[in-house]
Design a protein around this ligand. Structure first.
Ligand code: HEM
Length: 570
């Protein structure tokens, strides 16, 4: 790769990259250019040695065969350490100091990756004993849990790492949103991230069925009913006999009308092969795009914000503005390709070699995740109920906790709560970077310049009030049906058509009120970004409250109870 530039070469940053241009001392096996040819001190070919001498140096030579550079002592060596290694090369060789601040990422992306790796390794180990057949699956999980040495710990680790992955992926996505890091040129990576989120939830949902216990069976049945929920609509308008998308989706998911062996085979295949491979492939593109988009998002005045890490720019510190990008700066690759990338036009100011600081920080995040999952696996076992019994419904049948907010909405209408609203949320999220077309500032929490934090907090309060208000109304007084019984409004009001209940129910009312709030914020501020912040904050707190209600306050028949001890005893 060659660079052509009409401007003079940039100066190294004083104090920050002192040895950028200094050669590392040549060593055997480290000639500064990554050459594997061993040399003696005078630059001549090294003695090939005697048999016993080579035997003694076996380990050293084997190591040199794998790692061609020695311990780096200069920036050039550190750079080489990164680009000579397939795995480390996921980073660019230098990283901006702003990206190293803990608050820039909170380490959530790496934590999500670490938990995915733990789940993958433990999942492969579980596959040794697990049998995906309805008559054997439950017994094989019991064997893993109770008889296989370390089986329970591995199973617990798998379960906990899956939970940690869902949480960290959600928090990572939230961080990207709240720092507006989806802005140009990162729109594509944002949309890709939404795909990663969907696959993560898909992995969790398909894994839930595999133990084949009561919890698994009935949660999968709820999922299948959501897939089949377009029937709510087609039944209400009486066209199901010739147009039945709900039946098609359900059949596609289960391979039958009910959850059984075909469903277990499909879920297993999706869980151990299709979704992990898809996730790994998308992750590769995701990471590659982080590089190609010019590293992590940072505002144009990132140098000012680097929180004491950087000396302020000024006459005493010309390095802060040393690099002036030329208008014609491009890259060329062997005269074959020419063009501009995000990185072209940026100088090395306020960057340091990615090795070792960035890798150390990432390792620290990964170690914390491993320790957390291990700790949780020691203190808390993955649940296992009785073997699945299609004749005895689990009541209440609850999905994993992160789906319980959706399950609460589904209890009003599976079609609207389980398909339409989640679909609209994903569509809305995918559109955000194409509606908020600013570039700067990206990578800044809450965008204080336009009062982002204040609108976020106010929207949390509005979202909480709307969710609690509508839920309380529905729980205390039921929904529409019965509201007008005994009044003079007539039978239509006393027993309104099903179609009305499908479209106007607590879930859709909450969504409409959130949208109205977001539109109001747009009108008041004329800012797309603030309207998106308002909608997301309201949806976020709504999701938390609905999840809480679904987890803690819903009992048999999805009735509301203040505490589990109030549940009726059969
Ligand atoms: C399995 C799931 C995911 C993994 C393992 C992952 C991993 C990562 C990592 C390691 C980074 C580098 C910065 C950081 O550590 O925060 C990153 C950046 C990014 N991710 Fe993800 N991610 C995932 C899902 C998502 C989701 C759900 C979204 C959004 C909907 C998303 C959007 C982005 C964007 C836009 C960037 C660039 C951010 C910036 O420049 O500051 N990712 N991701």
């Amino acid at each position: 790769m060659t660079q052509t530039d009409s401007t003079p070469p940039s100066k190294p940053t004083a104090g920050l990259a002192p040895d950028l241009d200094r050669e590392s001392t040549p060593r055997a096996g480290d000639d500064g250019a990554g050459s594997p040819i061993p040399m003696n001190r005078d630059g001549g070919p090294l003695d090939t040695g005697t048999f016993t001498g080579n035997l003694r140096r076996l380990l050293t030579n084997a190591r040199a065969a794998v790692f061609r550079t020695g311990r780096p002592t200069s920036d050039r060596g550190r750079t080489q350490r990164v680009f000579a290694n397939l795995f480390l090369h996921v980073h660019s060789t230098r990283i901006h100091l702003n990206s190293l601040r803990a608050s820039a990422t909170m380490g959530m992306g790496i934590a999500a990756l670490a938990s995915f790796l733990i789940a993958t390794i433990t999942g492969v180990l579980l596959m040794i004993y697990y049998t995906p057949a309805t008559e054997l699956a439950y017994r094989s999980i019991k064997d893993i849990h109770y008889t296989v040495p370390t089986g329970r710990f591995i199973r617990n680790l798998h379960r906990w790492s899956a939970h940690v992955m869902v949480i960290t992926v959600l928090l990572h996505g939230l961080r990207v949103f709240l720092t507006a890091s989806y802005r140009r040129p990162r729109e594509f990576n944002w949309v890709l991230g939404l795909g990663l989120l969907a696959i993560t939830l898909g992995l969790s949902f398909t894994g839930y069925l595999l133990p084949w216990d009561q919890l698994a069976y009935w949660a999968a049945t709820i999922g299948a009913n959501i897939a089949g929920s377009p029937r709510e609509l087609t039944d209400a308008v009486g066209v199901t006999s010739w147009f039945d998308p709900g039946g098609f989706f359900k059949e596609l998911l289960l391979g039958a009308e009910e959850v059984g062996q075909p469903a277990l085979t499909r879920f297993y295949l999706l869980h151990v092969m299709v979704l992990p491979i898809l996730l790994a492939a998308l992750l590769a593109v995701h990471f590659w795009r982080v590089r190609k988009d010019g590293g992590l998002a940072r505002p144009s005045d990132a140098e000012l914000r680097a929180g004491g890490l950087l000396p302020p720019p000024g006459p005493d510190n010309p390095s802060a503005t040393a690099f002036v990008p030329g208008p014609t700066k491009t890259y060329g690759l062997m005269a074959l390709v020419r063009g501009r990338t995000e990185a072209v036009g940026r100088g090395p100011e306020h960057t340091i070699p990615a090795w070792p600081r960035a890798f150390r920080a990432e390792l620290a995040a990964a170690v914390i995740v491993v320790a957390l999952c291990m700790l949780l696996s020691i203190v808390s076992d993955a649940p296992l109920k009785e073997q699945a019994n299609p004749l005895v419904p689990e009541n209440p049948a609850k999905a994993p906790w992160y789906f319980l907010g959706v399950q609460e909405l589904v209890s009003f209408s599976a079609f609207m709560g389980g398909l339409v609203l989640p679909g609209l949320v994903v569509l809305g999220l995918a559109l955000i970077p194409f509606l908020d077309r600013q570039r700067d500032p990206a990578g800044v929490w809450f965008e204080p310049r336009i009062g982002g934090r204040r609108w976020f907090l106010v929207s949390l309060v509005v979202g909480a009030a709307v969710t609690v208000g509508v839920e309380a109304l529905a729980i205390r007084f039921g929904w529409i049906r019965g509201w007008f019984a005994g009044t003079r409004l007539g039978p239509w009001f006393a027993d309104p058509p099903q179609l009305l209940i499908i479209f106007i129910n607590p879930a859709t009312v909450i969504a409409l009120l959130f949208s109205a709030w977001s539109i109001w914020v747009y009108r008041a501020t004329r800012s797309t970004r603030l309207a998106a912040v308002a909608l997301t904050a309201a949806a976020l707190i709504g999701f938390v409250i609905l999840t809480w209600i679904g987890t803690v306050h819903r009992g048999p028949n999805w009735d509301f109870y203040w505490r589990q001890s109030d549940w009726p005893v059969h």
